[in-house]
Design a binder for this molecule. Structure first.
Ligand code: ADP
Ligand code: MG
Length: 597
């Protein structure tokens, strides 16, 4: 179930607990890189604690000693040892940072890639009705910003786990120095945790609206660019710009709220360890006088508290980024978990070659007008190898019928048998091998001509050239700079409507399917070439053909004509037989006039 916000009805509240569980689920497929990055974070934490200890040791053994005596020889060796230790620990910490960053990044990128690929696969697997029901802007936002935001929490995650190690190591070394000092930490740590969790609660709402704002902007932009022609021709630029301005304004306010909350937290989180340092110095002074601590211990403890600032900040950042991650997941989950309404079929046709078509009681309405039946109890029967022309007024349902016969109209009621088998029972590959549909406005990919004809890249060169010849486009292709390797579209050659249609025809014919459906697929090709193509078609293939025809010359070529009106077949027969009907007569006479004009 998807509602207007793209959030499933069982959307989870963006809490830290939910976020942590989600994050665990996201990284689970990549245990190794994730474990290495956590190891790096632990190494860094250990290095931090040890370097504080070395600092303390240097104070006691080098500095304080020098105040008390003038034994310089032991001091020199100590200085050298201290320096060596500082350098070694520094290197260790750097290695930790590199491991953590590199492998945390790798984990996050792997999750992002997997999410994007999963979404795209999911989109393409879904039936057409589903794809039409979700706004394209939202589909784009899912693979783009949502997939990216989803991994936000993965970057600070290893460091944050490292903070747990750091707290542990710090606790141990504080305890070893002086059990009383641990008290300061006991007060400080929970306060920091409380501040962090207050923060994540307060920031939750503005962060969620930031995310919604980003998606809204993508949606508005998509609509106004997609409808650029309408926006321009109707002079809607200002209104569209205002709509965009409104959306960006909302995003701006949410981002500012997030920024203000973050700034306050930052100040508090940075101040707390400093208060800790102050307490340590005050408490430490008493303990040194009591002989329980050395001056070096105070330095070590202060260094430990100062070293907590950045990691705690990262911990806060993790809590903060868990929210967008959960919100993104709530948006993505309905799509990721969307199941197919009907399991794809598995049957195969008995043999290649022309197929029969049998339609019984076909009923269909588009989801946006469920009351308005576009196909009304349509019956139809075509013998294998027959060339049938479909004639009917605009809006009578010819294109809808073609789509139904190609098996892309899920949710249609009634029966469609291809080669005697229900079209839904055919496996998707078998259906594609049996039926092909060519539209009036075909889609060409910005690739070579050859790969536009041979979409799967499985055909021989002969088959491609043969199909291009039948579609009367071979000559034009050979006149192009790179022949069949010429790039189309986007910085390749531009193609006219007629050439476009002929390439699409070649694409359909090269597949050598049992049923070819041409839905007004030759409308932009001039009549003489169209005749030539249809002539080629008849001699080169024995496939069953259904041709939506708007020209008398095409109608003439057909074995039989199916006359469609108001979503149903009202008559079927030869052209001469049908001419006895006044409405058919008037319609084709109008075609003839249009052709003559
Ligand atoms: P034809 O190809 O005969 O002109 P169509 O099959 O394209 O007719 O359209 C039949 C009816 O269905 C028309 O009333 C049209 O407005 C409607 N229709 C077509 N496509 C859609 C769609 N994607 N969504 C909603 N209604 C549609
Ligand atoms: Mg049409």
């Amino acid at each position: 179930m998807v509602d207007d916000e793209g959030v499933g009805i069982d959307a989870q509240k963006p809490t830290v607990g939910v976020g942590l569980r989600l994050v665990r689920q996201l990284v689970r497929p990549y245990p190794l890189p994730f474990a290495i990055s956590v190891f790096g974070a632990a190494l860094f934490a250990a290095g931090t604690v040890v370097s504080a200890a070395v600092l303390g040791w240097v104070v006691d053994e080098v500095i304080v000693v020098n105040f008390e005596s003038d034994a310089s020889t032991s001091t020199t060796t100590n200085v050298a040892a201290g320096a060596a230790a500082v350098v070694a620990i520094g290197v260790l910490r750097s290695v930790g940072v590199v491991l953590r960053r590199y492998f945390a990044g790798m984990t996050a990128e792997l999750v992002e890639k997997r999410t994007r690929t999963g979404l795209a696969t999911q989109y393409l697997k879904q039936p057409l009705s589903w794809l039409r029901s979700v706004p394209p802007g939202r589909l784009m936002a899912h693979v783009d910003s949502d997939a990216h935001v989803l991994i936000h929490a993965l970057h600070p995650l290893p460091f944050s786990i490292g903070v747990i190690f750091l707290a542990l190591f710090t606790g141990i070394s504080l305890y070893l120095i002086d059990p009383w000092i641990v008290l300061v930490a006991f007060v400080l740590f929970p306060v920091m945790m409380v501040v962090n969790s207050i923060y994540s609660r307060v920031v939750q709402k503005p962060l969620a609206s930031v995310q919604k704002g980003v998606a809204d902007i993508a949606g508005v932009a998509h609509e106004s660019f997609e409808g650029a022609l309408i926006v321009k021709t109707l002079g809607r630029q200002d209104a569209e710009a205002a709509r965009f301005d409104h959306a960006t304004q909302r995003l701006r306010s949410s981002r500012i709220s997030v920024g203000i909350i973050g700034a306050v937290l930052n100040a508090v989180l940075r101040a707390l360890p400093q208060l800790g340092v102050l307490s340590v110095v005050l408490l430490g002074a008493y303990r040194v006088r009591a002989g329980a601590m050395t001056p070096g211990d105070i330095v070590e403890v202060s260094a430990l508290f100062s070293a907590l600032v950045v990691p705690l900040h990262v911990f806060g950042f993790l809590l903060e980024s868990l929210i967008p991650t959960v919100v993104a997941w709530n948006r993505l989950r309905p799509v990721i978990e969307e199941t197919l309404p009907v399991a794809p079929g598995t049957a195969g046709l008995a043999a290649d070659g022309p197929v029969s078509v049998e339609v019984r009681g076909l009923r269909f309405a588009y989801p946006d007008a469920p009351e308005d039946l576009v196909l009304k109890n349509l019956d139809l029967s075509i013998a294998p190898g027959e060339l049938v022309a479909v004639v009917g007024p605009t809006g009578s349902g010819k294109s809808t019928l073609c789509a139904a016969l190609a098996g892309v109209l899920d949710q249609a009621e009634g029966e469609i048998l291809i080669g005697g088998l229900p079209i839904g029972s055919l496996s998707p590959t078998e259906r594609l091998a049996a039926v092909t549909l060519v539209f009036q406005e075909p889609f060409l990919f910005a690739e070579t001509i050859r790969s536009n004809i041979d979409l799967d890249g499985k055909l021989s060169d002969e088959a491609v050239v043969q199909a291009a010849k039948v579609a009367a486009i071979d000559e034009w292709i050979m006149s192009q700079p790179d022949k069949y390797a010429t790039l189309l579209g986007e910085r390749g050659v531009t193609v006219s409507g007629g050439q476009r249609q002929r390439i699409a025809l070649a694409r359909a014919l090269a597949r050598n399917v049992g049923l070819v459906i041409l839905d007004d697929a030759t409308s932009a090709i001039d009549t003489i070439i169209e005749q030539q193509i249809l002539g080629h078609l008849r001699s080169s293939t024995d496939a069953t053909m259904l041709v939506v025809a708007n020209r008398l010359s095409t109608i003439d070529l057909a074995d039989r004509i199916i006359y469609v009106r108001d979503g149903t077949v009202v008559a079927s027969g030869t052209h001469d037989e049908l001419l006895k009907r006044d409405d058919y007569h008037d319609l084709v006479m109008a075609y003839a006039e249009a052709e003559a004009a």
